[in-house]
Structure formats: structure tokens, C-alpha cells
Design a binder for this molecule. Structure first.
Ligand code: ADP
Ligand code: MG
Length: 277
């Protein structure tokens, strides 16, 4: 029979995170303009370590703009202006003393349309990730790095015997995984994905979703998706963006994915996640 002591044992401590280096990315009161036009209004969101955050909402509500602001990519648009802060583990990535390339190295991006360098070999495509941010790796370490990144991107088994063939010869889904491998080459702490499966067939989409689930153990992931089933499957937290009646985009509701889909607090969230928009 259980003794009295057994009932009073303290609960076991929670398991440690699988990787101590998992990052928190926090956006604070982000507003954005293109010229005179305001497209985001005081968007605040904390993207927690080890969780996948899905950004959902209709076209034109500022999801891509927000995602780009998270790694300073919007600065490529000369008319873009910004207010607010983006903190990576508490450090403002917009601090003037910080180099732009450092922010982009720590916070990688994958786009809707797979964009590997088509004539470059699979191997060189992965290595190119280093060059884009000016990161150096010894020649002797490159082979291991390429293998590691291709494994993490879920592509290694399919391409290990043809690393010299051109990236452009792969299928669409494989090309997207090659782009993920390329973005992993600099060992980013956050990976931003803007509709990474929108150009892919359902089978390739599921393979990428599997890859995202694996990667989430070591990289904080933020994904924009129009596919509600996908948002439900891959994310643990969710933010619903809306730009109503010409107002700038803002977050209507954010929270745990299960709550957002199962018991949304706002009628507009309920309508959107149930396809009534
Ligand atoms: P989403 O990704 O949710 O579809 P976007 O962030 O792409 O939304 O766009 C938000 C708003 O900003 C839209 O009205 C769009 O027309 C505008 N916009 C996006 N990029 C630019 C740009 N480079 N110049 C001017 N306006 C832009
Ligand atoms: Mg977009």
C-alpha cells in the first residue's frame, strides 16, 4: 500500500530544454509605414523558445512586413519606416551599434517560392548560406556542416549521393528543403518562414511540416501560413492579424494554438479559423 511519504513527495523538476541556446524573440509595439501609409499598428508578440509560432490572417494585413521587420529585411525597401523594438533574448537587434549582418545571421528567413541558386551544386547552395552573411568556416569543416544542415532539413537521404548536381534539378519540395539547409548553415537561432509550403504539393508540404517539427527543438520558428490545418498542425502558439476597413494591420488575438482554434476569444478569430472570411 502507498505510504504517507509517497503522497508528499515533491513533483519532479521539469525536463531541461533540449538545447540551452533556444532563443526568445520579442516584438514590442511595432508600427510600420511605407512612405505615408501605415501598414502595422503597435504589434507586440513574444515568440517563445522551442515553440513554433504561426502568423495567420488575410492577405495584405502585414504578416510578411512584420516577419521582415523581425530580421531587418524590410530595410531593403527604402520607403519603409519603423517604430518599436525587436529583442532577441532581450537584446535589441536594431541597436545602432549592432551590425545588420549579425541580426540576419542569427535570424534566418525562408520564402514562399523556393529560391536555391539553380545552376549551383546542392553542396555549394548550402555553403552559400555562409557567404550571404560573411561567416567563415574552415574548408575541412565544410563537408560535416553541409551534411549536418541537409540532415536537419530532412534532405540528406535523398541527395547524399549527388551533392554535385545542380540545386535547380531538384523537385519543388526538395528545393525548399535545400533553402532551409542553406539558412541553417550559419546556425541561426530563429527561423522565419513566409508561406514556405504555398508553392508545394500536399506531400511535399507534409515533409516540410515534419522538418519544422524536428527543427523546433533547436531553432525558434515563426511561420506565416494561409493554411489553417497547417497552422493547427505545426504551431503551439498563434497570432491572428487583421487590417480592417483600410486600417493598418494589427493583432486581433494571440495565444496557444489549441485555444485559438478550439475556443477563440474574438468572433473575428473564430470566423477566420473556421474559414468564414
Ligand atoms: P501580407 O503578408 O499579410 O499579405 P504584406 O506585409 O505583404 O501583407 O503587406 C501589408 C501592406 O503593405 C499591404 O497593403 C501591401 O500592399 C503593403 N506593402 C507591402 N510591401 C510593400 C512595399 N514594398 N512598398 C509599399 N507597400 C508595401
Ligand atoms: Mg505575405
Amino acid at each position: 500500500a502507498p505510504t504517507q511519504e509517497m503522497y508528499f513527495q515533491p513533483p519532479p523538476p521539469p525536463p531541461p530544454p533540449r538545447h540551452a541556446s533556444l532563443a526568445t524573440l520579442e516584438a514590442r509595439a511595432i508600427s510600420a509605414w511605407f512612405g505615408q501609409r501605415k501598414v502595422l499598428d503597435r504589434v507586440s508578440l513574444t515568440m517563445q523558445p522551442g515553440r513554433v509560432t504561426a502568423l495567420i490572417g488575410p492577405s495584405g494585413c502585414g504578416k510578411s512586413t512584420f516577419l521582415r521587420i523581425l530580421n531587418r529585411m524590410h530595410e531593403l525597401v527604402p520607403s519603409a519606416q519603423l517604430a518599436g523594438e525587436v529583442l532577441l533574448d532581450g537584446v535589441d537587434i536594431y541597436d545602432t551599434g549592432r551590425r545588420l549582418t549579425e541580426a540576419r545571421r542569427q535570424i534566418g528567413m525562408v520564402f514562399q517560392k523556393p529560391n536555391p541558386f539553380p545552376t549551383m551544386s546542392i553542396y555549394d547552395n548550402v555553403v552559400a548560406g555562409l557567404k550571404l552573411t560573411g561567416t567563415n568556416v574552415r574548408k575541412s569543416e565544410k563537408d560535416a556542416l553541409v551534411e549536418e544542415c541537409l540532415i536537419k532539413a530532412g534532405l540528406w537521404r535523398e541527395v547524399s549521393d549527388r551533392l554535385k548536381s545542380p540545386g535547380g534539378a531538384l523537385s519543388g519540395g526538395q528545393q525548399q528543403r535545400l533553402c532551409i539547409a542553406r539558412s541553417l548553415a550559419v546556425r541561426p537561432r530563429v527561423l522565419l518562414m513566409d508561406e514556405p509550403c504555398s508553392a508545394l504539393d500536399p506531400t511535399s508540404t507534409r515533409v516540410i511540416e515534419q522538418t519544422i517539427a524536428e527543427l523546433a527543438h533547436e531553432v525558434t520558428i515563426v511561420i506565416v501560413t494561409h493554411n489553417m490545418q497547417q497552422a493547427h498542425r505545426v504551431s503551439q502558439q498563434c497570432a491572428f492579424f487583421l487590417a480592417e476597413h483600410g486600417t493598418p494591420g494589427a493583432i486581433v488575438e494571440s495565444g496557444d494554438t489549441e485555444q485559438m482554434f478550439g475556443a477563440p476569444r474574438d468572433q473575428r478569430t473564430s470566423d477566420y479559423v473556421n474559414g468564414r472570411f
